[in-house]
Write a protein that binds this ligand. Structure first.
Ligand code: BDP
Length: 699
């Protein structure tokens, strides 16, 4: 019932999420209905005190105010009860954060025109619903000050310090609370010891202060060698007594500043980051070092499974195939991690590619907590210059059944803790937002951040229904706007896969530099023994058990035999698991090479339709967003052609097998820029080659 004149928020402390919830309800109702409501913060005196009321608070606060709700079901941590009846609205959280989530959910209903009476409880599927930011203290990381960030510089850091003005950080916390995210790790996994200096820890305390009213906790990435790097000790051996004491003291220092600090995120022994293997200690020794220091404070350690390093391991197995690394490195460690450690596992065995099988490590950790790492920032997926709506990709992993011990073992039920009865687990989303007005660098990319939160709360949510909600909340209720955005978004990931890399060959994106644009040659020409193994006659990585890299054998037996056998491997992962002739017939009846040609033509043709479909919405979307998104979609149309021709030509040149439709060998319609008559322009040789045809562009 929206007609109330009064909102009661059952806590009057300004840093409390319940206090925030009162203000959000007031602001939201004013925004949606143009109606002013009073808010009183503190105790509720019962329904008789006013005839129409919305009450928000925790169940405990409500009951101690004398309130009584019949049939209140069991609420889990962060869960809430929402009841909208003819005279009142009750939003009651299991904790304060849950109450705020309930307020946002209620506002989301109203903003979408849903005025129905409801009465339900909502509980999270998993306790860990974290965002990871890869922000550097200093500008000058891979992409300015946010690694793999495409939305401008950091909202937290500038010039080696925490920013003075944290208003944008507060807005971020607000945004994340509205999608039920409960913590943010604010700095890059490629961490820096300076995070643990007093001025930075003081600054982190200020960030935590602006997060707190939204129920968002702060976490930090650690540099494993900090005791040595800061010059305090001569070692960072995790079993050394002074190292242990050092980390305990630092952890106490952090909690003195941030009593609700969420925990640490650790990237160890990977891509140049030091770790326990440096001292012949196990990854569990490394993780438990931090777990023990943080346990008395109630914090957790997110320890990343993205480990590939040459130290101290049966090197050849993972070097021959990086997809083997995570399971190899964690082999024998299940059950050795403390209970407040969560192993954070990228969705696939390699690295955020357009199509990967589920990481087999999810099946190996049965006495260890695990979480999935998803990448909202579209590093390999068009970097926000391409529209790619990610939930359909994420769902291929979350809904995958690993059949551990021949029992149903969906990834989402493993990470929620249900399958192996683990106390902790969940979701980490690499968002990398920046100061750009759009946060991520593109208007439509924000659907990925929104739906990350929705899936982390309930991974069974349908990708279309979440997208509809997001579109209504973002662009309003016009049916043609809804239809166009939903249609384009839903086809965007399969299309991107079509015009980039097919059949499980991965994105074929440049792997050595920016991870953007086509560079299929770089897939094999790199130090990690990857990936496509393409020659004149054959293509694909043999990951079978007998003759290949044995990667298929890392899966539980039912899944292993499916992938080990070419006949039961789905087409979309054929080249991930098998090395085949270009003439190999797919289940669809076509050959591998012809599928490549067709997919690239079809996918890029589809991408040509986005801009005109968007243009048809002119006048229904405000001018700024209309124009900015149009610019991106026009660019995507052009870049999809670059992709199409680069990949098709590359494999045509290798295989010399013509396209049955005769499109690849000759481009009758295409005029190379450098063969045109140039007036006022000059030819310019470019590297890497893929950015221009014939390695030449005009300037
Ligand atoms: C790769 C990114 C790199 C990250 C790394 C990671 O290119 O910037 O540091 O993943 O996840 O995909 O640690």
């Amino acid at each position: 019932m929206v007609g109330y004149g009064h909102i009661v928020a059952l806590n009057d402390s300004e840093s409390s999420p319940v206090h925030t919830a009162g203000l959000e309800l007031q602001q939201g109702i004013a925004g949606i209905f143009g109606k002013d409501c009073n808010v009183s913060h503190g105790k509720w005196r019962g329904a008789s005190s006013t005839d129409s009321v919305a009450v928000v608070g925790t169940v405990g606060q409500f009951q101690s105010s004398g309130g009584d709700i019949k049939q209140l079901p069991q609420l889990e941590e962060d869960g809430f009860w929402l009841e909208v009846n003819s005279s009142a609205t009750y939003i009651l959280g299991q904790n304060e954060r849950g109450a705020l989530y309930g307020a946002f959910e209620y506002l989301s209903m109203l903003a979408q025109g849903n005025m129905t009476q409801v009465s339900y409880a909502s509980n999270p599927d998993a306790p860990i619903r974290w965002i990871n930011q890869w922000d550097n203290l200093q500008a000058g990381g891979t992409h300015g000050s946010v690694e793999r960030g495409y939305g401008g510089p950091s909202i937290f850091f500038a010039n080696g310090s925490v920013k003075d003005d944290l208003s944008r950080a507060a807005q971020y916390a607000r945004l994340l609370a509205s999608i039920k995210v409960n913590a943010v790790v604010v700095n890059n996994v490629n961490a820096n010891e300076s995070m643990l200096t007093d001025p930075i820890m003081d600054g982190l305390g200020r960030i935590a202060d602006v997060f707190r009213p939204y129920g968002v906790q702060l976490g930090m990435s650690l540099y494993f060698a900090s005791p040595l790097a800061l010059g305090d000790l001569e070692t960072f051996d995790p079993l050394n007594a002074s190292v242990i004491e050092w980390w305990h003291n630092k952890t106490d220092d952090i909690y003195r500043r941030i009593p609700d600090f969420a925990g640490y995120l650790v990237k160890a022994n990977s891509e140049g980051q030091p770790g326990p293997l440096t001292y012949n200690r196990t990854l569990a020794d490394g993780a438990n070092l931090f777990a023990k220091a943080i346990q008395p404070h109630g914090g957790v350690v997110m320890f990343r499974a993205f480990v590939y390093d040459s130290t101290n391991l049966n090197e050849s197995h993972w070097r021959e195939d990086r997809a083997n690394a995570a399971v190899d490195f964690f082999d024998g460690l299940d059950g050795k991690f403390d209970d407040n450690v969560i192993i954070q596992i990228k969705y696939g065995p390699i690295d955020f590619q357009v199509r990967e099988p589920t990481s087999p490590l999810f099946a190996h950790l049965q006495q260890t907590n695990s979480a999935i790492e998803l990448q909202i920032s579209q590093e390999y997926l068009g970097q926000q210059c391409h529209l790619v709506y990610l939930p359909p990709l994420w769902k291929t992993v979350l809904d995958f059944d690993l059949r551990v011990d021949h029992q149903p073992s969906l990834v989402r039920n493993i990470i929620s803790g249900d399958r192996f009865k683990r106390p902790l687990g969940g979701y980490a989303g690499v968002a990398n937002v920046g100061t750009n007005q759009t946060w991520l660098g593109s208007h439509l990319a924000m659907s990925n951040l929104y739906t990350f939160g929705r899936l982390a709360w309930d991974p069974t949510t349908d990708p279309v229904s979440m997208l509809l909600d997001w579109t209504r909340l973002t662009f309003g209720l016009d049916p043609s706007v809804l239809q166009t955005i939903v249609d384009m978004s839903m086809e965007s990931w399969p299309n991107y896969e079509n015009y980039t890399g097919n059949l499980g060959i991965q994105t074929l994106t440049d792997i050595l530099y920016g991870h953007y644009g086509p560079n299929p040659a770089s897939q094999d020409d790199n130090p990690w023994g990857q990936w496509t193994r393409a020659d004149a006659d054959t293509i694909g990585m043999d990951r079978t058990i007998e003759n290949g890299t044995r990667n298929a054998g890392q899966y539980p037996s039912e899944v292993a035999s499916m992938y080990d056998n070419i006949d039961t491997t789905p087409d979309n992962l054929l080249l991930w698991f098998h090395h085949v002739p270009y003439t190999q017939r797919l289940k669809s009846g076509t050959t591998v090479i012809q599928h490549f040609y067709d997919a690239h033509y079809n996918g890029s043709a589809r991408a040509q339709t986005y801009a005109p479909r968007w243009q048809a919405l002119e006048g229904k979307i405000d001018e700024q967003r209309f124009n900015e998104q149009l610019f991106r979609l026009v660019y995507q149309a052009g870049h999809s052609l670059v992709w199409r021709d680069a990949i098709n030509n590359f494999y045509f040149n290798k295989s010399q097998i013509p396209d049955e439709a005769g499109r690849v060998e000759n481009h009758p319609y295409r005029i190379e820029a450098e063969s045109m008559e140039l007036d006022g322009y000059e030819l310019y040789a470019v590297s890497p080659f893929h950015v221009a045809s014939n390695k030449t562009c005009i300037v």
